[in-house]
Ligand binder design. Structure first.
Ligand SMILES: [Ca+2]
Length: 278
């Protein structure tokens, strides 16, 4: 093997190292709980790891998800300066696969950073039951006991199948999206008030044990900007990394074969490699 060939191999190996170390960077994302490790780790890199209380691991539309029993399961995330700094724009999104209501509550909480009463800030995204069907309800607070909320009543959320839901505020209107399509809006000019209460996934609040979510939740993302294109079902970064790595292995193999005047077929390279090194 000559020096030029060794250099080609070094470049190829270094390329593999670089791509395998890809990290997920998401502009405008405050927190992103993928649940892919069956924990509430925050893949945004902003340190919003949560505590899983009872929820169990299941399969989601993107890797693993969490399953909530509708009785006492939830995830709690401590507040942060980033979460409390959300004021002029917001997106709260998640994939959900609800089961039937098993409580007498009005609603099943998806994400909530807001107390039942007496809090002065925060937001919520939940399912509300109307005439036996589930609809998305979204709201933000603008001051003490002042929650601006509304729900879509046109697009029922199916039980037992995955649906992407999102609530946004862009400075002029609150909007609800279902599977990427806007289904409802409420014109408002407001400033989202801040609160230090923990963010909760799957129940009303850290100190209020109602409105439990029954079903599965995946890929919960909080943005400090209004997004109009909720997360599509594309391969996760780790899957893209695997694809890139596979392509680079093939390229590296072709380079090595060409340098040694071998046939580009992989079996020919392997068959002649031991002979060439003799
Ligand atoms: Ca996931």
């Amino acid at each position: 093997m000559n020096n030029s060939t060794r250099a080609d191999i070094l470049v190829a190996v270094c390329s593999l190292c670089f791509f395998s170390g890809l990290s997920e960077t998401e502009a405008g994302v405050i927190a992103h709980w993928t649940f892919n490790t069956c924990t509430a780790a925050d893949d945004s890199g902003n340190g919003h790891a949560g505590t899983v209380n009872g929820a169990t691991c299941t399969s989601g539309p993107k890797g693993s998800a969490l399953r909530f029993d509708g009785m006492d399961d939830y995830v709690e995330v401590a507040s942060s300066a980033l979460l409390e700094g959300i004021s002029s724009e917001l997106t709260v999104e998640a994939w959900i696969r609800p089961d039937e209501f098993i409580s007498g509550d009005c609603c099943m909480t998806i994400v909530r950073k807001l107390l039942q009463t007496g809090d002065s800030g925060g937001f919520l995204l939940r399912l509300i039951r109307i005439d036996g069907e589930l609809f998305v309800n979204f709201g933000v607070t603008i001051g003490f006991n002042n929650l601006v909320q509304f729900e879509d009543t046109t697009t029922p959320i199916p039980v037992g199948s995955w649906t992407h839901v999102a609530g946004t505020y862009d400075g002029s209107a609150l909007r609800i999206y279902v599977n990427g399509a806007e289904v409802a809006s409420l014109s408002q000019s407001l400033t989202i008030a801040s609160t230090s209460t923990p963010l909760i996934i799957g129940r009303l609040a850290h100190n209020f044990s109602i409105e439990y979510f029954h079903g599965d939740i995946d890929e919960v993302i909080i943005h400090d900007a209004a997004t109009t294109a909720p997360t599509p079902l594309v391969p996760a970064v780790s899957e893209w990394g695997l694809i890139v790595m596979t392509l680079l292995v093939l390229i590296a193999g072709t380079i090595i074969c060409a340098r040694l005047n071998w046939q580009p077929m992989l079996h020919s390279c392997v068959g002649r490699a031991s002979h060439a090194e003799e």
